[in-house]
Design a binder for this molecule. Structure first.
Ligand SMILES: C=C(O[C@@H]1C=C(C(=O)O)C=C[C@H]1O)C(=O)O
Length: 324
């Protein structure tokens, strides 16, 4: 089953398990995996949701022989990546790692963790699912696309650059967000005669902020799938050129990204929406893996990049409902 909540809303949703339609699907970063949830979307009251019980001990998948990449190893790898970026003159490459949370000494209430995230991140798409051996929870506000079925209007955003809310932007973050904006604009221009672009402004997500530019364009409905295929993965989660960066990610990262940095597709009566799957974690019976990454540029400091991933991991960590 799957539960989710849309940005700026309090209603909780799930899917009706007795209908064959498919309106919710999770797509892996490399597009090799897709998890579909059968059934029409239906509202679930908070009281009904509260009556359900999901703990890590109910999960069947176990994490075995996991070696967590430590700070020294990660920073050394980033040194090599920065050399690679310079050699290939890349404007950015997004690299990630997995942070281990072991459940040896406590258990986690998954339902309450989801509710905590709903409360902490009102602007996020928040989800929680268990299907077969898999369980994921995530909460983030980056939209890959929102298509209005009535007006054919398509909205998307360029989101990149990360600092603590109280810090001031430097050229590093400004330069890091620009290729994302340019990439999105160039693709949209192939699908629409007019593309509306907003000013770039701060997008707050808990204790951190990102730079954000919004886009609007009218597109043909038949082109929607092609547009999403061209947009994903944007340089917010990958890099440009896309193919070279996807290969580099495969070579440098020591883990498969699975659903992290992929997208979640939800179709309602009015819209077809695509949310970027970040600030998320994969849950097992004995542990969770929090997936976190960031855009690396020629100007990156490996230590700051490590800290940025630690900061991003707080989104899940701080909202875990722990029972001793
Ligand atoms: C890659 C992540 O986030 C993305 C990368 C960002 C960055 O590099 O500054 C900012 C927001 C997201 O688009 C993540 O949260 O793991």
């Amino acid at each position: 089953m799957v539960f989710f909540r849309f940005p700026f809303s309090e209603t909780l949703w799930t899917t009706e398990q007795n209908s064959a339609s498919q309106n919710v699907s999770f797509h892996s970063f490399d597009q090799s995996e897709r998890i579909d949830f059968d059934g029409d979307i239906k509202e679930i009251s908070l009281a009904d949701f509260q009556n359900l019980n999901f703990f890590n001990s109910n999960l069947s998948g176990e994490l075995i022989d996991f070696q967590e990449e430590n700070q020294t190893e990660y920073q050394q790898k980033l040194e090599n990546i920065i050399d690679f970026i310079k050699e290939n003159q890349l404007s950015k490459l997004v690299i990630s790692r997995r942070k281990l949370v072991s459940f040896d000494h406590f258990s986690v209430d998954l339902k309450q963790t989801f509710l905590n995230l709903c409360k902490s991140y009102p602007n996020a798409f928040v989800y929680f699912f268990i299907k077969d051996e898999q369980c994921w929870i995530g909460a983030f506000s980056e939209v890959l696309g929102k298509f209005n079925k009535k007006t054919s209007e398509f909205e998307t955003m360029s989101l990149a650059g990360t600092l603590r809310v109280e810090e001031s932007w430097t050229s590093k973050e400004l330069e890091e967000q620009k290729p994302v904006t340019l990439f999105i604009k160039n693709i949209l221009k192939n699908f629409a005669s007019e593309v509306e672009e907003s000013e770039t402004y701060d997008h707050i997500s808990g204790n951190i902020k990102h730079l954000r530019t919004d886009f609007k364009a009218k597109i043909e409905k038949v082109e929607l799938e092609n547009l999403i295929a061209e947009l994903h993965p944007t340089p917010a989660v990958c890099g440009i050129p896309k193919d070279l960066c996807q290969d580099a990610i495969g070579n440098f990262e020591s883990h498969p990204r699975k659903l992290y940095a992929g997208y979640i597709q939800v179709e309602t009566l009015e819209n077809i929406e695509y949310f970027v799957n970040l600030r998320c974690a994969e849950f097992f019976k004995n542990a969770a893996l929090i997936y976190v990454g960031g855009g690396i540029t020629a100007d990156s400091s490996p230590e700051k990049e490590w800290r940025e991933t630690e900061l991003k991991s707080q989104a899940i960590l701080k909202n875990l409902e722990i029972k001793k």
